[in-house]
Design a protein around this ligand. Structure first.
Ligand code: 5AD
Length: 374
């Protein structure tokens, strides 16, 4: 079936998805992009939601083979921001009209870390209440696998969205890029537990992993659907020199353009299949091309995560090489982004949590009952 005919459908089979992801001529790619944009505008509207990204600690107990802040990388200078620094970054976001923040860190689940994160969530909530944000900023967490009890504590403290990528839906590929202490099944259970704890859950994968096929990527999208997540964050895999997977640097350099294009197609096809979820246009896209994140928006994404991590530690939070936005102040980055978004004919949402329409239309609200500013 031609790409044009596949795009007439409302529900897509695995073979349809594989064909869409394999599109390799400019006409077909533009047809897919255009349809994804239509679905985005129809289901989610013109608004782009900001989540100020606070990378608050690079200490990590995991040893993922791809990640620059993995436990075994002893060249990394480890840091944890103070509670005051984190709250102050969140306050800047609230004062600047960003309705939400993402708190991201390396993975730890020891009691001191859980207490620290819980307290930070509470403090951010009380410090960011204002007339324009009556319930404070929306808080998304991205701090790894935790127990159901811990998720419940974080939700109770005031966080209401959580990102936990499955990285790939293929157990074999998952095992090949992680240490033996990690497994896909446990990651999936963690996502189910997040939903059980009332979180809006997000997941995602890396694109262009060595050995990853179009079939794998199609299965990733089908897995997102099955997990019924509210948010997707995906980006290209980019090698980091101090990791075991740096042996794939040449593979990456040779295939960079294709990996970038496939990443954009993944966004578009996720939009076509999942329709009303929030999809982030991730920084890793910008690491390959300067306008990567704008391209992500054009292919169906509606969320951006501008850096608000204090500049003095940004260089110590390098998950991959070539990470952009290391030096500019939060204010400079924000102005640049606003302009770029408007030039695409889209709107920057101000003072809104920006929950996904998918979460809002779910039969039973999973957000603690109240939405803010929308
Ligand atoms: N390239 C691209 N993405 C990476 N991540 C970690 N390391 C890399 C890399 N080298 C992503 C993972 C993780 C998220 C926080 O960052 O998908 O879930």
């Amino acid at each position: 079936m031609s790409i044009k005919n596949i795009l007439q459908k409302d529900n897509f089979t695995r073979d349809d998805i594989i064909a869409l992801l394999g599109a390799d001529n400019p006409t077909d790619i533009e047809l897919i992009r255009n349809k994804a944009e239509q679905i985005l505008l129809d289901k989610c509207g013109l608004k782009v939601f900001y989540r100020g990204l606070i990378e608050f600690s690079n200490t990590c107990v995991c040893d993922c083979h791809y990640c620059g802040i993995r436990k075994s990388n002893h060249t990394v200078k480890r840091f944890t921001l103070s509670k005051e620094e984190i709250v102050s970054a969140a306050k800047w976001c609230a004062d600047s009209g960003y309705g939400s923040v993402v708190l991201q860190s390396g993975e730890r689940s020891d009691p001191a870390f859980v207490d620290f994160a819980e307290d930070v969530i509470r403090q951010i909530k009380s410090a960011t209440v204002s007339q324009s944000l009556p319930q404070g900023v929306g808080i998304t967490l991205s701090i790894g696998e935790q127990s159901l009890q811990t998720y419940e504590r974080f939700f109770k403290a005031g966080a209401h969205r959580y990102l936990l990528r499955i990285e790939t839906s293929s157990p074999k590929l998952f095992d090949s890029i992680h240490s033996s202490t990690q497994n896909l099944e446990r990651r999936i259970t963690a996502i189910k537990n997040l939903k059980q704890a009332s979180f809006q859950a997000g997941t995602g994968v890396m694109i262009g992993l060595p050995g990853q096929s179009a079939e794998n990527l199609a299965d990733d999208i089908l897995r997102f659907k099955e997990l019924d997540v509210d948010m997707i964050g995906m980006g290209p895999y980019i090698p980091h020199k101090d990791t075991p997977m740096s042996i794939h640097t040449e593979y990456f350099n040779i295939n960079k353009d294709k990996i970038f294009q496939t990443s954009l197609l993944m966004i578009a096809v996720c939009r076509l299949v999942l329709k009303d979820v929030n999809i982030a246009s991730t920084t890793a896209l910008q690491a390959i091309r300067d306008d990567g994140r704008e391209m992500g928006l054009r292919y169906g994404a509606n969320v951006m995560m501008p850096q608000v991590t204090p500049v003095n530690v940004r260089r110590d939070y390098l998950l991959y090489e070539g990470k952009p936005c290391l030096d500019e102040s939060s204010e400079e980055l924000r102005k640049g982004l606003d302009l770029r978004i408007r030039s695409l004919g889209r709107q920057v949402a101000l003072n809104e949590w920006g929950d996904s329409k998918h979460a809002r239309t779910a039969e039973k609200p999973r957000h603690g009952g109240v939405f803010c500013g929308t």
